[in-house]
Ligand binder design. Sequence first.
Ligand SMILES: [Zn+2]
Length: 238
Amino acid sequence: MATEKYRGLIVESKDLKDRDKLVSIYTLEKGLVRAIFRGVRGEKAKLKASKDIFTFGDFFIENTKGNNIVSQVDIIENFYPIRENLDKYYEACSIIDGAKKIMTEQNDPRLFLEIIKAMKYVCYENLKKNFILCKYLLNLFSGAGYPLNMTKCSSCGAEITGKKFFNYEIGEILCGNCRTYTSEELSPAVVNSLKIINNTEYDKLSTVKLSDENIKGVLELLIKNFQYRFGKEIFVVA
Ligand SMILES: [Zn+2]
C-alpha cells in the first residue's frame, strides 16, 4: 500500500456517511486530487482540524482498494483569520472559486502559487474588501494568456490618450478608432484604478489608496471578463 505525499490546499469539503468527509485538494504536484477522511467528524478524530476548506499543508494519501484515504496531514497554514471575518471569508471563497473554475487534474505550479499568495494576503493584510481579489483576477488573466495592456490599443497598437473601450469578446482594451459595437466605454477612474492594481505587487497594495467605488468598478469589469474568458461565472460577494 503506497502512500503519496502532496502539498495542497483543501478547496472543497463534503460530508459523507459514517462521519467521513470527501475533500478536493488542489495540489502542487498533481492538480486536483480527491480523497476521503475516514471518521473525521467524530469528536476525538485525529485529523479533525485538517479536514475543512482552506487547510493548507502536506497531505499523506493512501490508495486503498481504489479509494484515496488521507492518513496524515502536516498543516502549514489553516488561515484562521479568514474563518473569523466574514468579508475575508467571502473574498477567500471567490479566490478558491475562480481557481476551481479553471483548474484541471494537471499540475499548474503558477496557479497554485497564485492562490496561496492571494490567500495569505487576504488573511493577514487588512485591505479594502475585494481589493486583493482584483489583483488576483488580473494575475489569473495574465497567467491564462490574457494580460491587460493598459496603455496601448490592442488592435492598432497606438498609445491611447483619449477614451478607452473594453472589448469583452477578446478581453482587451481598444482605442476610440478601433472600438467595436460590442465594446464598452471605460470610465477614467476605472482605467486609472485598473492600471494601478495591474502595476502594483501584492506587498505594495497596502500603500495604494483606492475608493470603494473604484474597487467596485474594477471588480465588475473583471467579473464580466472572467465570464467571457472562461465561460463560467465566479462567485463574488460585492
Ligand atoms: Zn486602436
